[in-house]
Design a protein around this ligand. Structure first.
Ligand SMILES: *Cc1c(COP(=O)(O)O)cnc(C)c1O
Length: 423
């Protein structure tokens, strides 16, 4: 039996309807931007394995740091204890986070980072004796799959089975070109008519919605409206963090600063699951009290796992090398050139680029759903041609590891262009 066949027996895969899904491709090796399956077929990982892997697969520098940490101190509980990698990581992150961010809380994945941010927003007002229980989020947002994160997410078929069991979330339109004022106005109205605790958003790029982009000046305006009304702002940088937008964080494009940030995905270079929620001093102070009940009663067994912290430290060091920064700029330039080449293609309605993120929308006759036939046809075509891309409906996006070579990137563009012929 092949690995793919053995897998079917016990493994339940994410976002998968197993009755209609094909067998999973069994990957046995990865290096740089490449993956190999059990038949030795080669694939270019053009989405950095769900956006976690900017420095390439099986990165030796990160692996060495992990090995060294594993043989020094693999884990110790973070309740009542601390350790070198956590302290050093907090110091290193402070150097690159917006300077109003002062405190870090560790969890294990993007959803829990968001979960903590939302709980903190709600408890912040509870601790101050103010009744504020509504969270504001964008339409078509994606913030994860745990309960509060799912409530904040607006992609309906992910959450429809749980309606009525979720926290109160009110949605506002994304300030994409032409919709800015509706977005600002709706936010003002929502805040006026509800007891709003926080506003959570994916800064500048809505990843799961299909790399929907909007301008920093618009987000600045939304943040200012929140500040005026003392609504806490939460930047979910789980996808955008660590260079994806061309800067360390999408928030680096802003004039305003969020009250909280969530990071995960690329934090450890795709090695060890880890996430961090960051906070201003003001937020931390709302929990700092002689009354134990004002503390944040949240934690996970593997909180601030030393091995994860060591992987994050190594990843940050890689991100900050001139070579990696040059890679980010190089991928961006390639994207711009491809955009110029493809934007007037008759099958393309629109293209967008920010940092290492490229997206194009394919012209379709009728509305196709996320798991529509076009999407599956495209996905299969990409896999056949040795490129891992996961279109969202009729949107094809590329978010490659920064270390992808120009030749590999050209192959991805070629396959995308050829795919337009079958669409
Ligand atoms: C992926 C993602 C999450 C959820 O992270 P998980 O690690 O999958 O739980 C949350 N927010 C954004 C913006 C994401 O892209």
């Amino acid at each position: 039996m092949t690995l793919s066949e053995r897998d079917l027996k016990h493994n339940w895969h994410p976002y998968t309807q197993h009755k209609t899904a094909q067998k999973s491709i069994a990957i046995t090796k990865g290096e740089g931007a490449l993956l190999w399956d059990e038949n030795n077929k080669e694939y270019i990982d053009a989405i950095a394995s769900w956006w976690v892997n900017p420095y390439g697969h099986s990165n030796k520098f990160i692996a060495d740091a992990i090995y060294k940490q594993l043989t020094t101190l693999e884990h110790v509980l973070f309740g009542g204890f601390t350790h070198t990698p956590a302290v050093e990581l907090s110091e290193k992150l402070m150097e690159i986070l917006p300077n109003n961010q002062q405190k870090l809380f560790f969890t294990d994945n993007g959803s829990t980072a968001v979960e903590v941010a939302i709980k903190v927003a709600l408890q912040y007002f509870f601790n101050k004796g103010e009744k504020r229980t509504t969270i504001i989020a964008f339409e078509n947002a994606f913030h994860g799959d745990t309960f509060a994160a799912m409530a904040a997410s607006g992609i309906s078929f992910f959450t429809e089975a749980f309606q009525g069991m979720l926290i109160d979330v009110i949605r506002i339109p994304v300030p994409v070109k032409g919709q800015e004022h509706i977005s600002f106005q709706t936010l003002e109205e929502v805040i006026k008519n509800n007891n709003c605790a926080g506003f959570i958003f994916e800064p500048l790029i809505q990843g799961a919605a299909g790399m929907v982009m909007y301008e920093p000046v618009s987000l600045d305006e939304l943040i200012r409206i929140c500040q005026k009304n003392k609504v806490l702002t939460i930047a979910d940088e789980v996808m955008t963090g660590f260079g994806k937008t061309g800067k360390n964080f999408a928030c680096d494009y802003l004039s305003e600063k969020p009250d909280m940030m969530c990071v995960s995905k690329a934090l450890t270079g795709g090695t060890i699951p880890m996430a961090i929620t960051t906070f201003t001093q003001d937020i931390f102070d709302a929990f700092y009290d002689d009354d134990i009940n004002k503390a944040l009663f949240h934690g996970h067994t593997f909180t601030a796992n030393p091995t994860g912290c060591a992987a994050a430290l190594a990843s940050l060091a890689l991100l900050q090398t001139p070579e990696m920064q040059a890679n980010i700029a190089r991928v961006h330039q390639n994207h711009l050139a491809f955009q110029k080449h493809i934007e007037s293609h008759p099958k393309v309605t629109t293209t967008r680029v920010l940092g290492v993120v490229f997206a194009l929308e394919i012209k379709i006759e009728s509305a196709e759903s996320y798991y529509g036939t076009l999407r599956n046809k495209l996905y299969d075509f990409f896999i056949e041609n040795g490129v891992v891309l996961r279109p969202v409906g009729n949107i094809v996006y590329i978010l490659p590891p920064y270390v992808i070579t120009d030749a590999q990137l050209q192959k991805v563009y070629e396959v995308v262009e050829n795919a337009l012929e079958i669409a």
